[in-house]
Design a protein around this ligand. Structure first.
Ligand code: HQG
Length: 178
């Protein structure tokens, strides 16, 4: 598998479907690296420890983390399966961005930003990153989120190990549409 394919495969099993490899995943999303290597090989998707380490270390978005002490690996964010990432609550910048597609705007105006299949709504401090996240879904548009007002009204924010801002939902009144 090339690096990109391996990264996609790791995202798939560590965030969404560990059962495809019959992997044991703990409550915090960690999987034993040796077990992962064995089960990938058994499923005809063999990779070496070095290849996985290479993906973890050079991944553009730092999607994964290896804990050398326990020999375990997990995804830093993006899960649809229930995991306790035990992220610390953090105060976000006054404004964050969310990239989405025009076709979603009607739903977002109606219900605000929902976490949909994931565990959180994902936000970025960088407009251009948000734009590229949005373009995964169609013609992209970027929404501006008033985090100051959200904090005043009791919303909580978390920062993932790879600098993605996470929150449970964003009511439409805190969103500026382009
Ligand atoms: C939209 C990538 C209609 C939402 C990125 C988004 C990110 C609504 C889509 C991470 C809605 C969900 C997450 C509503 C939200 N009505 N549509 N009420 N509320 N939506 O993929 O934020 O490359 O689950 O705007 O970098 O696009 O995988 O979330 O368009 O950090 O590492 O529903 O995934 O990271 O889509 O992306 P997603 P996302 P990776």
């Amino acid at each position: 598998m090339n690096k990109k394919k391996l990264s996609k495969f790791l995202s798939f099993v560590l965030r969404h479907k560990p059962e495809t490899l019959d992997l044991k995943i703990d409550k915090k999303g960690w999987v034993d690296l040796d077990e992962l290597l064995e089960k990938m090989a058994a499923a005809g998707k063999a990779a070496s420890r070095e290849e996985i380490e290479m993906v973890v270390n050079t991944n553009d978005k730092q999607r994964f983390m290896i804990d050398a002490k326990t020999n375990k690996i997990r995804a830093n964010q993006g899960h649809s399966i229930k995991v306790k990432l035990e992220l610390q609550e953090r105060i976000p910048p006054a404004v964050l961005y969310h990239g989405t597609a025009f076709k979603h705007l009607r739903g977002i105006k109606e219900k605000g930003l929902q976490k949909m299949k994931r565990q959180y709504v994902h936000l970025s401090r960088d407009f251009h990153i948000a734009k590229s996240v949005g373009s995964r879904h169609g013609v992209a548009t970027v929404l501006k989120i008033d985090c100051l007002k959200m904090i005043e009204s009791g919303s909580k924010f978390y920062l993932s190990a790879n600098n993605v801002w996470l929150t449970n939902d964003v009511p439409a009144r805190f969103i500026t549409f382009e």
